[in-house]
Design a protein around this ligand. Sequence first.
Ligand SMILES: Cc1cc2nc3c(=O)[nH]c(=O)nc-3n(C[C@H](O)[C@H](O)[C@H](O)COP(=O)(O)OP(=O)(O)OC[C@H]3O[C@@H](n4cnc5c(N)ncnc54)[C@H](O)[C@@H]3O)c2cc1C
Length: 502
Amino acid sequence: MHLKSSIYSLVSILSLATGACKSTQSSVESQASYGEKPCSIVIVGGGVAGLHTAYRLAPTQGENVCVFEKEERLGGRLYDLALSPEDEAAGRVIGNGGRRIMETQSILFQLAQELDIEYDTPKTGIDIIYARGKFGSNKDEFASLYPGLVYDRKKSDIETQLLTQIVESPLRKSIDTYADFASYAKAVVGEAGFQYLHDMSRFRGDFEYPLSAKGYVDFLAEELNVCCQTYYPKGGMTAFPKKMAAKARSYGVRIFTGEPVLAIDRALGGYQIRTSKRFVDAKRLVIAVPPDGFRKISGDVAQDIQAMEQFQSLIGVRVTVINQWFAKPWWKELKNKDGQGIWRTYTTSDPKKPDSRCINFTEIPPEKYAEPMNVIRTVYNDQAECAEFWSKLDEAHDDQQRDRLLHEGLTKMFGNNGVTPAVSIPSPIRTTYWEWPDGWYWVRKGSRFSNQDIADWAKQPIPGEPIGLVSEGYNPQRSSWSDGAYKSSLNLLKAQYGYVQP
Ligand SMILES: Cc1cc2nc3c(=O)[nH]c(=O)nc-3n(C[C@H](O)[C@H](O)[C@H](O)COP(=O)(O)OP(=O)(O)OC[C@H]3O[C@@H](n4cnc5c(N)ncnc54)[C@H](O)[C@@H]3O)c2cc1C
């Protein structure tokens, strides 16, 4: 992961990202110097899956539970940024990772109630889309640009029509005979339908990565029912990990940050965990590190799991997030003819000019707590070619070029789109760049495992051993949502610890 600021330094935020690196180099202390009560249950990873597991175990297991987190901060892929410490204290943050929960994700509302987390339910504005040389704010307006597209002309919402066909097609009965999701989808909705879906989706990676047809379509069948109102937790999504950690600690759970686990081995009577600072003995293990991070952990237990076919079936998607703060909210003036403001824009087309296309998904935060910050998520992009494009600029430390391209992209989308009045884009006062090497996980093409098989396997990957894997990464049925991480944790808690969510 990289985090950089183009104009002002983000020292406070940077320190979070570099802490882990330093601690991996620090010397390993002996078991004896640990000098504390033993940790009989070790949880590796302090993202929401690990912290939720700790939080649920806390009332009965308390100080038996130890959590080891690589970074100085908790929350993993929930990671909120603030412009200043004052903003952070006031909860004026923007997410580098997760930002919202949806009306149908009841598990999160129950948790929010338990943890006393409030949320905004803002009215959102319109989308502006650019595809095949045309601007519009309704996806249906683009249908004529995709010759051969078949859909019911008497009904609106062509995108949902096509996705529903993919889910409900009789071909789904033989879905395992298709090499990947792309070939199955093309068989159902045709090449034009597939291209239309690719261009109209904010998540292009779904149509580009080599995904298992069954895995993705099973996900889609559930995802089509995820709707409607978006909820933005006050103080950002990190309100969840922060509050779960505080409650777990209040029961005696020990949470160690800036302390990566380096190796997990079997030992007499259980397991030995080597962190950057010590050896720890444990009787039971919860591995709450998704595949990307888990691959870097050595030791016989880790290697046994990594060698399993189920583990190797998982594929991560690289995601770029670029946030920009401005002196003034220039987007506020932008309204369409009906007086609606803008929520999001997405770009496609110009295949020979990835720079203008790679702005892709821009989001103007509608939640009230973000409003005073004058911040937008300028880029949120999982398209493989674009993630690569931004990553190369980052590696080259070419901030000037990057800022110029961001400016060009925003100017293209807001300069003269025919939907809202033209506006000239001012220079930002801060730009942050962040790359999630594996932002979310799917089952890869060629795997013989379904999403459900992976979730079942993760509850106890090595038969007979008290080890569980929890994370969104081990629950591809809910890929890219934090409720996938919570559900994965609940699966393990039920299977191995007898905890059942009331
Ligand atoms: C860009 C983006 C946008 C998203 N938007 C949303 C959204 O709007 N709503 C939503 O609900 N979800 C969203 N998600 C998904 C959500 O963020 C994740 O599903 C969720 O945070 C995953 O939690 P996790 O605990 O499974 O994994 P992670 O958050 O990845 O946690 C794993 C933890 O393990 C730690 N770790 C790694 N290696 C080690 C080691 N060796 N030792 C110790 N610790 C280690 C990591 O540092 C990390 O803290 C988004 C994700 C991304 C990337």
